[in-house]
Write a protein that binds this ligand. Structure first.
Ligand SMILES: Nc1ncnc2c1ncn2[C@@H]1O[C@H](COP(=O)(O)OP(=O)(O)OP(=O)(O)O)[C@@H](O)[C@H]1O
Ligand SMILES: O=P(O)(O)OC[C@H]1O[C@](O)(CO)[C@@H](O)[C@@H]1O
Ligand SMILES: [Mg+2]
Length: 420
């Protein structure tokens, strides 16, 4: 599957180290001869193109950040601006404010002009200098505004919702014959974006989660029968819970959305916690926010402003259940509860994420200058690629519970494969 290009490329690039349009990266690893393995989609390689669709000095670029905060948003903004200005000598870069809401002039979020110097040290701050939001977008009004402002390329930094919004903008521009390059940069601490080995923000989230787990472990093991419960983010995927478990090696129970669990019964989660505390005197539980949602009564699901289902709060629910189980077993308990979600995602990027943000941003600029549109910069097998936005929006990545990563979790925490 190839990415759409806006038209013939007529301008010579000022960059070097060009990649060819013919190189492809397969989604799947071919496991060996004699097997009928499906390579899956074949993705274009990211990188500078020799010929460009846009004439760099005439380009007007726009940047928008949407959805929840994530470490590295400012790094991406900075590297986009620096590559546009420094690499291609683009004269005008505009930052739309407060997410997609800022694309609609009726919301009165006046965009800001981003200069080389105005992004100088923003990478040292968490959050996003442009502001962000959730909530509905009037795509027609957004596209009217982009056309009126003569924007040639729009960089949409955000998660799955943002990329679905980017796709709607891309389709509306196509229908109206406006040559806008819509290029996404995949953001989320949850790391649940398809065709992206690692989204930016994920490793910073692990590092921060590990600090909290260290604290939880110290609390739990310093008291009699200490149990610490740490809730981390991860709506539909347990990558943060799993990765932090492996990084910390001090977690005893890791609960993720991909593995349903039972609380009660001989082989249930609560019996396992009691056994662990009887045996070792303390326990550390890490739970992803999307885990165990089936333990709550089924009722109509509320949604947030963007249409994301509001999850039931599994953390306090588990803490209460553990308290009741210890009481029933007439066992003393000291329970500590940690919910560091916002503390984690508002941090500045760590070193690995800073590198990834810069790489993603520069590949996004190369793609847009070559007229690529309706695409997101991805990364597979350590290689940067162009992924059609339609594919990114087709689903979400989850933990492979038969894979190496989850097996490392089970090896680290020694919990059974299943509870109940
Ligand atoms: N199908 C869609 N069409 C148009 N806009 C959409 C669509 N889905 C989501 N959006 C818009 O994209 C923006 C960001 O979506 P959302 O709040 O779900 O965050 P996200 O990008 O998924 O990031 P996070 O990982 O933090 O949830 C919102 O303004 C939302 O209204
Ligand atoms: O409180 P908010 O802003 O709705 O965001 C919470 C969500 O954001 C995420 O961190 C994704 O950005 C999810 O893991 C979490 O469910
Ligand atoms: Mg989302």
């Amino acid at each position: 599957m190839t990415v759409t290009t806006l038209g013939p490329c007529r301008f010579r690039s000022p960059r070097s180290g060009f990649v060819s349009e013919d190189e492809r990266v397969p989604a799947n690893i071919i496991r060996g001869p004699g097997r009928d393995d499906d390579p899956g989609p074949l993705f274009e390689l990211a990188g500078p193109r020799e010929m460009l669709f846009f004439d760099p000095p005439r380009v007007r670029a726009g940047i928008v950040t949407c959805g929840g905060l994530c470490p590295g948003l400012n790094n991406v903004i900075r590297s986009l601006v620096r590559e546009l200005h420094g690499g291609y000598e683009v004269r005008e870069v505009i930052g739309f404010r407060m997410g997609y809401g800022g694309l609609d002039p009726r919301n009165h979020h006046e965009p800001v002009v981003l200069h080389h110097s105005s992004v100088d040290d923003i990478h040292q701050q968490g959050g996003t200098i442009l502001g962000t939001s959730r909530g509905p977008v009037d795509v027609a009004a957004a596209v009217d505004n982009l056309i009126r402002r003569k924007i040639d390329m729009l960089f949409c930094i955000g998660g799955d919702g943002t990329q679905r919004g980017a796709f709607a903008i891309y389709e509306a521009c196509k229908a109206r014959g406006h040559a806008l390059a819509v290029v996404g940069v995949p953001k989320t601490i949850d790391n649940d974006v398809l065709y992206v080995d690692r989204t930016f923000g994920y490793l910073t989230a692990l590092e921060e989660a590990r600090h909290v787990i260290d604290a939880a472990h110290n609390e739990a093991r310093s008291v009699e029968n200490g149990v610490a419960v740490v809730k981390v983010m991860g709506r539909h995927a347990g990558f943060i819970a799993a990765g932090a478990t492996i990084a910390s090696q001090d977690v005893n129970f890791t609960l993720v959305p991909e593995v349903p669990f039972r609380l009660d019964g001989e082989h249930g989660f609560l019996a396992a916690v009691i056994e662990r505390v009887r045996d070792r005197g303390h326990a550390v539980v890490v739970v992803a926010e999307g885990a165990g949602q089936d333990l709550f009564p089924a009722e109509p699901k509320a949604t947030d402003a963007s249409g994301n289902v509001k999850l039931k709060d599994i953390g306090p629910f588990l803490a209460k259940a553990i308290g009741e189980a210890f009481a029933a077993a007439k066992l003393p308990l000291t329970l500590r509860y940690f919910d560091p979600g916002y503390q984690i995602r508002s941090r500045p990027a760590n070193c690995e994420d800073a590198v990834l943000c810069d790489m993603f941003a520069r590949q996004a600029v190369h793609a847009a200058m070559a007229g690529k549109t309706g695409m997101v910069v991805g990364q597979l097998h350590g290689t940067f690629i162009h992924v059609p936005t339609a594919l990114i929006a087709s689903g979400a990545k989850q933990l492979d519970t038969d894979g190496l990563f989850w097996h490392s979790v089970l090896a680290a925490n020694q919990q059974p494969d299943r509870f109940g």
